[in-house]
Write a protein that binds this ligand. Structure first.
Ligand SMILES: Nc1nc2c(ncn2[C@@H]2O[C@H](COP(=O)(O)OP(=O)(O)OP(=O)(O)O)[C@@H](O)[C@H]2O)c(=O)[nH]1
Ligand SMILES: [Mg+2]
Length: 195
């Protein structure tokens, strides 16, 4: 499976603000320390890729990106690189590390919707902060799959999403027309089940 060409792999991009825990999430999904983690905002500069077999999805390419709120001349260059990844992503994880869903996350969600790229709202750091119930209801109303996780403690707090029948196998061709029902039981972030 390691021989699967990059273009044939489902490309899963991890996006969000600096310090949201994007790299921690990627490392947790990969089960290895692939990307550097630190509490210094702006730790990840260039996109970091990890090709792996993610059950039950199959061959994937996980892509960690620099925070989209990076600033300054260098920061803008990093953001530009993250945006290039955005365009080639088959499935996006929009990571919030604050329990809130602000303009950065909203803009990302709008962009993915416009590009017809499926995304999952990931509330990381659930050991510290959880989203309000009213916010979760808004996601549910919009049929946006949501998960609360802690990349630090490897805990998946809850799945919030519509449960319908008839799952489809995810693949590159099918990625843009995944039913929401895919996520609660078969999501790539399923790897974050309780330790
Ligand atoms: N409490 C808690 N801290 C976390 C969690 N996930 C990550 N962190 C911490 O948050 C800080 C930032 O984590 P990173 O994974 O480097 O965040 P990032 O989004 O990749 O940050 P940049 O690369 O700077 O954009 C680190 O100190 C992590 O240990 C979590 O689930 N809970
Ligand atoms: Mg990082």
């Amino acid at each position: 499976m390691q021989n699967t060409p990059k273009g044939m792999r489902l490309q899963i991009g991890v996006f969000g603000a600096r310090n949201a825990g994007k790299s921690s999430l990627l490392n947790r999904l990969a089960g290895q320390q692939i990307s550097i983690v630190s509490d210094v905002a702006g730790t990840t500069t260039d996109p970091i890729e990890k090709a792996m077999e993610l059950q039950p999805v199959g061959p994937v390419l996980l892509i960690d990106t620099a925070g989209l709120d990076d600033e300054g001349t260098l920061g803008e260059m990093r953001v530009e690189k993250s945006r290039k990844v955005l365009e080639r992503t088959d499935l996006a994880l929009i990571v919030s590390g604050t329990g809130s869903w602000n303009s950065l996350e909203k803009n990302l969600a709008e962009q993915f919707s416009a590009l017809k790229i499926p995304f999952i709202a990931v509330f990381n750091k659930s050991d510290c902060c959880l989203p309000e119930e009213s916010l979760l209801q808004q996601f549910d109303a919009q049929k946006i799959p949501v998960v609360s996780v802690s990349a630090l403690t490897a805990t998946k707090v809850s799945w919030i999403g519509r449960k319908t029948t008839g799952q489809k196998k995810i693949d590159k061709q099918g990625a843009t027309r995944l039913p929401v029902s895919f996520y609660p039981s078969n999501s790539p972030v399923e790897g974050l089940s309780a330790a």
